[in-house]
Design a protein. Structure first.
Length: 207
């Protein structure tokens, strides 16, 4: 009878020791948290026509010169309204030169590329774009052509300009006549990529 009581007491003591050991472990537990907020960079640019840069040339003018302001020799005109250029009554031999300013309005250093495309015309209209030669040049006179042909724009707030030349080539009458009254809607697309988007060989990586 005494052995039973002793064993029970030992069991109770052992159980109490386990509880004490467990409580002691919990008292030394500590937890620390570090919160990190991550925001992705924003690539964004704004482009606008520099109206004072517009220069015109007509068929009788010397090639590669732009001596006219606002009006072609056959009465065609150029206007800019709400950032959109309107070229009216262009005839074979006419050409216009103008600049477009590009500003990095995002928060990442970027490189940029420019391409001109036809934005299409209404049904049953002839697309004058097919008769035009559209050239886009950087500040050094280099054309934006080929894959990954990007130019550095720089850090947020940086700005630059690129040059646009739109020419209505003077071809044979039988070729040009079909464009009388035709319409062209030209869109210039400015694409950007982060400035350090290059591989180990310095080649630009784009998708």
């Amino acid at each position: 009878m005494k052995k039973k009581i002793l064993l029970s007491s030992v069991a109770v003591i052992a159980l109490c020791l386990c509880l004490i050991a467990g409580s002691t472990y919990a008292l030394f537990t500590e937890r620390t948290e570090v919160n990190i907020a991550v925001t992705a960079g924003d690539l964004e640019v704004e482009a606008a026509i520099v109206e004072e840069s517009m220069q015109l040339r007509s068929l009788e003018d010397d090639a590669d010169t732009y001596p006219r302001a606002g009006t072609f020799s056959n009465g065609g005109t150029v206007t800019v309204t709400d950032g959109k250029m309107q070229i009216s009554h262009m005839t074979p031999g006419d050409a216009i030169y103008f600049e477009v300013k590009v500003v990095n309005t995002g928060d990442v250093a970027v490189m940029y590329n420019v391409k001109a495309v036809s934005a299409g015309v209404e049904q049953n209209q002839t697309d004058l774009y097919n008769a035009l030669t559209v050239t886009v040049l950087d500040q050094s006179g280099n054309a934006f052509e080929g894959v990954n042909k990007y130019q550095a724009l720089g850090m947020p707030g940086a700005e630059t300009t690129f040059v646009v030349i739109v020419e209505f080539e003077n071809g044979k009458p039988e070729d040009d006549n079909k464009y009388q009254g035709a319409v062209a809607n030209i869109q210039f697309i400015v694409e950007t990529v982060q400035q350090n988007g290059v591989d180990a060989n310095g080649n630009l990586i784009t998708d």
